[in-house]
Write a protein that binds this ligand. Structure first.
Ligand SMILES: [Zn+2]
Length: 309
């Protein structure tokens, strides 16, 4: 048996490399460019980036976050994504051990990191990440069991030669149920929003994102992701409302005292209405957290019910 630090380093290094590739995806996918060719180039001077300047994290640190040729600043997002990807891959290994579950976790974290940062920068959730992600999740459900209610419907008869197949089919059913719950719930919310406020509030990108997440997590944890991200999005909205209200109040009071508070309240509401919350960021963040700690978070919440007396 090889020591644990070797597998740990391998997962971390793979995470850095995949994170580096994610940065290419985050820049190119929303612009409908190929992620394979041409080679990476500096957006400032178009000079191709040499292999030795393309080492994850290290190159950015050595070049002080600037292009070697034109000294244009390179966004710290590149290092942040690489490091996060490395650390999340490592966490997958630490929590699941060297197993299919660890690899499955890495795939999910890779996809979600890419989607979170793309949504934050461009308000887009590229199909090139969500749809293959959904496919991979359905395939992987055969090898790493997805929890869910399918066992109520398909009892397993042991021992058979096809036990593996039966478990796989149950898991696949849970994966499909998760995809249906995730995408269905978001689609319904978007439809209601359209009916009530006559504006298209939810892009189909969110629907496909949650189909993918649902296929990874199964229906129960997907519901948890939906509820907790809505809560998080709501808190973010309130935070924006309060901070706009505060800054306008200060500005209006400095100018004149007449109706400062009601005018501030009005402009804060306008700001909130115009605010396009990148909901994919919240969904993606809560999905990662739920993949790792979903069961613990739900248990902690249920424990709150028991401390009433
Ligand atoms: Zn340059």
């Amino acid at each position: 048996m090889y020591p644990a630090w070797i597998s740990g380093s391998v997962f971390f290094l793979f995470g850095l490399i995949f994170g580096s590739f994610l940065n290419v995806c985050i820049y190119r996918l929303p612009r409908r460019l190929s992620v394979v060719s041409p080679r990476s180039a500096c957006p400032g001077c178009n000079e191709p980036i040499a292999a030795f300047d393309n080492i994850p994290v290290l190159s950015w640190v050595m070049l002080d976050g600037r292009c070697r040729h034109c000294h244009a600043r390179i966004s710290p997002r590149y290092v942040i994504v690489e490091l996060l990807c490395g650390l999340l891959f490592l966490l997958c290994l630490l929590l699941a051990g060297p197993s299919v579950y660890a690899v499955k976790g890495c795939v999910l974290c890779f996809l979600l990191l890419g989607l979170i940062f793309t949504d934050a920068e461009t308000h887009l959730l590229p199909d090139a990440l969500t749809l293959p992600g959904l496919g991979v999740a359905l395939i992987l459900s055969f090898f790493a069991v997805v929890p869910g209610p399918a066992s109520y419907f398909f009892p397993i008869f042991y021992p058979t030669r096809y036990g593996f197949l039966q478990i796989g089919l149950r898991s696949l059913t849970n994966s499909l149920l998760g995809a249906a719950v995730g995408s269905g719930a978001l689609y319904a919310v978007g439809w209601l929003y359209l009916k009530l406020r006559k504006v298209d509030g939810m892009g189909l990108g969110d629907v496909k994102l949650m189909a993918m997440v649902g296929a990874f997590l199964g229906p129960a944890l997907t519901l948890f992701v939906l509820c907790s991200s809505s809560l998080l999005g709501g808190i973010y909205g309130i935070f924006v409302l309060i901070s706009v209200l505060r800054s306008r109040l200060i500005r209006y009071r400095a100018r004149s005292r007449t109706q400062a508070s009601s005018r501030a309240w009005q402009s804060a509401q306008t700001a909130l209405r115009g605010l396009e919350i990148p909901f994919g960021v919240f969904l993606g963040f809560m999905s990662i957290l739920t993949w790792f700690f979903g069961a613990q978070m739900i248990r902690a919440y249920l424990d709150l019910l028991l401390i009433a007396d």
